[in-house]
Design a protein around this ligand. Structure first.
Ligand code: SF4
Ligand code: SF4
Length: 126
């Protein structure tokens, strides 16, 4: 069987929507950069908190375990991952627990993936 390696883009497959049903969702192991607008939509900060300095927001979210880092030059907050690299918002059922509120970069995947329009599709083992 074809072996997907998340870190070897040559093993990824051409994306088509039908692949997502029953997939392990390894795309949710890729680093996710969220903007302040994303963070408000995700309800991890309030509208009022969004008016604070980005560094203050980053400190709070890092303390809460929501982000791991903040890139001031791009104003991007990297969402934390579990020890297996799953995004902290990925559920045990391999579905996003905040799907309707998810960051913009997740909405645009796989057009914005490291290998555009390809993804690490891997069926859930039954
Ligand atoms: S890895 Fe690909 S097929 Fe699987 S959920 Fe993500 S986009 Fe869909
Ligand atoms: S926010 Fe949701 S869609 Fe985006 S990586 Fe995390 S689990 Fe996946």
């Amino acid at each position: 069987m074809r072996k997907i390696d998340l870190d070897r883009l040559s093993t990824w497959v051409a994306y088509k929507p039908s692949l997502c049903k029953g997939c392990m969702g390894y795309c949710c192991r890729l680093p996710v950069d969220a903007t302040v607008d994303d963070l408000v939509r995700m309800k991890v900060i309030s509208q009022d908190e969004a008016l604070q300095s980005a560094r203050k927001i980053a400190r709070k979210l890092q303390k809460d375990g929501i982000i791991v880092s903040f890139r001031a030059s791009k104003m991007l907050f990297q969402i934390a991952q579990k020890s297996n690299r799953d995004c902290i918002f990925l559920g045990d059922d391999r579905l996003c627990t905040i799907y309707d509120l998810r960051p913009d970069v997740c909405r645009r995947f796989p057009t914005c993936s490291p290998r555009p329009n390809f993804c690490p599709a891997t069926p859930i083992e039954k």
